[in-house]
Ligand binder design. Structure first.
Ligand code: CUA
Length: 315
């Protein structure tokens, strides 16, 4: 069982236990009654069934009691749901994007990360979105699970009273690598969080294009070691020939160059590479012209790098 680190979610466990407790209680009572009735009123002891017509008090009790139980269970669920849906004013905002198959968190100062960092005892409003298909943001230790639906902005809030690292899962089946869509929540002391937030991420001397591609999650699908895993590989592709299908079904061979890559990133659905299904989302509006050029330069092998390609062994 996961620890419980979110005060607004403490009632979730209580609601769960209350519902479980009632269910077990009713199961036991009904089973005991059934066994007793089997014994007491079987055919040998009671050859003639009693004919009973109407009993107002029995009807009042068997209608009223279940109604009260159901209302009580509803109330335990409703109070904890309400606490988790009431986002405190002034909460720190973090944008959380789910995509096939990784996470991107964007903080108020523009810093991004693929693992979530938050300060302790601070309410955090998560603005949830999905790039491609439905994902679900799930932090078991917070008892928080909220769907991320393309085209619909949803939100959730979290707060931790305990330092440490906790799991974040995607809780909605979203394709081949759904099971890999796991990341970490880091709860830090306030000063450590501020220091992390202000720190410029270390890009290890990587070209800008590569850093952008890692941030964007390109390598969740595209490999750089020549293997066509889920999508076409991206190493040594400058000048490569690709067979594409134009909508309408016509096939033609094109050469991978700047124009091809620009189209593949911005309007990937316009032309399909033969043999690959149309799963690449559009990144229209995602990059500045400068950043897009940096990515294309990197893919065409024009960017200088002191760092190895992703997927390559470091000697
Ligand atoms: Cu994203 Cu499952």
């Amino acid at each position: 069982m996961y620890p419980q680190i979110f005060s607004a979610a403490k009632d979730v466990d209580q609601a769960f236990l209350a519902i479980l407790g009632f269910s077990v209680f009713i199961l036991v009572v009904v089973t005991l009654c059934m066994l007793w009735f089997l014994y007491r009123y079987n055919h040998k002891r009671h050859p003639d069934a009693a004919q009973i017509h109407g009993n107002v008090w029995a009807e009042i009790i068997w209608t009223g009691l279940p109604t009260l139980i159901v209302l009580g269970l509803f109330w335990t669920g409703w109070t904890s749901f309400k606490a988790m849906r009431t986002i405190p004013d002034g909460a720190m905002i973090v944008k959380a994007e789910g995509r096939m198959w990784s996470w991107k968190f964007t903080y108020e100062n523009g810093r991004t990360s693929d693992e979530l960092y938050i300060p302790i005892d601070t309410p955090i409003k998560l603005e949830l979105s999905a790039r491609d298909v439905i994902h679900s943001f799930y932090v078991p230790a917070m008892r928080v699970k909220w769907d991320m639906v393309p085209g619909i902005d949803t939100d959730a809030w979290i707060q931790s009273d305990t330092l440490g690292q906790y799991d974040i899962f995607c809780a909605e089946y979203c394709g081949l690598k759904h099971a890999d869509m796991i990341t970490l929540l880091h709860v830090l002391p306030d000063d450590e969080f501020q220091a992390w937030l202000e720190k410029k991420p270390d890009d290890g001397g990587k070209p800008r294009g590569l850093v952008l591609m890692e941030e964007t999650g390109c390598f969740d699908c595209h490999a750089m070691d020549g293997s066509d895993d889920i999508a076409p590989h991206l190493n040594d592709i400058a000048g490569a020939e690709r067979l594409i299908i134009i909508p309408g079904g016509e096939k033609k061979t094109v050469t991978v160059d700047e124009e091809y890559l620009r189209k593949a990133i911005l309007q990937p659905g316009a032309e399909l590479v033969d043999g690959w299904y149309d799963d690449m989302p559009s990144y229209e509006g995602e990059f500045s012209e400068e950043d897009l050029n940096a990515i294309i330069d990197y893919m065409l092998g024009k960017a200088e790098s002191s760092a190895p390609h992703p997927g390559m062994e470091v000697a």
